[in-house]
Design a protein around this ligand. Structure first.
Ligand code: DX5
Ligand code: ZN
Length: 222
């Protein structure tokens, strides 16, 4: 049994799979069901081939929940919008290195706004991309699908990458969260946790189920 089982696994349901006609109730329900973070996918129809929602929706939901807002920006250029998401109530702001020319500068900007900074690695993006910025990073998010849509199949090719990042984080001595996003189900979560992840982001496997609390427990039990 891997030592990674000793970690407390955080569950971050992705609002992308919620009923958009009832967002306020969905957020209240997911908080009551025991979610740790609320994952918010921001898509611009340019960096990724889909459009979701923006800071106005965050600001509207912010007063209805105490859950940390874990914001995943899939927009390019990204820098001009970071302050707007911070103001709208983001607690964590994560971005893709491909979304701007200066990853280090973007991370500095997020931290200057008092928010946790995250780097998101696409399936083909090497872990070395984040290596020289680790001192500014609070969260590393591994995409286990190509970003843009919920409900896609998990890519097992990302498991050794998660393990390599676990080694990189442990060697850094920093408290960096290692999250995985895309195709997470109770079946795929086991391998992800054994590889060293501590945070599971799940859309369909939580909001797509009738009972959110049991869906969250099923992931936590993986
Ligand atoms: C995809 C998003 C994910 C998505 C996950 O671009 O980053 O957060 O909502 O959805 P599932 O869990 O259904 O794969
Ligand atoms: Zn996401």
């Amino acid at each position: 049994m891997a030592t990674s089982h000793a970690r407390r696994i955080r569950i971050a349901p992705s609002l992308l799979a919620a009923d958009f006609a009832r967002l306020r109730d969905e957020v209240a329900a997911i908080e009551a069901a025991g979610a740790d973070w609320l994952h918010l996918d921001i898509m611009d129809g340019h960096f990724v081939p889909n459009i979701s929602f923006g800071p106005l929706v965050l600001a509207a939901l912010r007063k209805h929940t105490k859950l940390p807002f874990d914001v995943h920006l899939m927009i390019s250029p990204v820098d001009p919008y970071i302050a707007a998401f911070a103001k709208a109530g983001a607690d964590h702001i994560s971005l893709h290195p491909e979304a701007g020319p200066h990853l280090h500068r973007s991370l500095q900007l997020i931290r200057s706004l008092g928010k946790q900074a995250g780097v998101v690695l696409n399936p083909a993006t090497p872990i070395e991309t984040v290596g020289w910025a680790l001192d500014l990073v609070d969260i590393i998010l591994v995409m286990s699908v190509n970003p843009g849509f919920g409900g896609q199949a998990f890519l097992p090719s990302q498991l050794p990458k998660i393990a390599a990042l676990r080694g990189m984080i442990d060697a850094s001595g920093r408290a960096i969260s290692l999250a995985v996003d895309g195709g997470i189900t109770p079946a795929t979560a086991t391998g992800v946790i054994e590889a060293g992840a501590d945070t599971l982001i799940a859309g369909s496997a939580v909001f797509g189920k009738p009972d959110y609390a049991s869906a969250i427990s099923a992931l936590r039990a993986a």
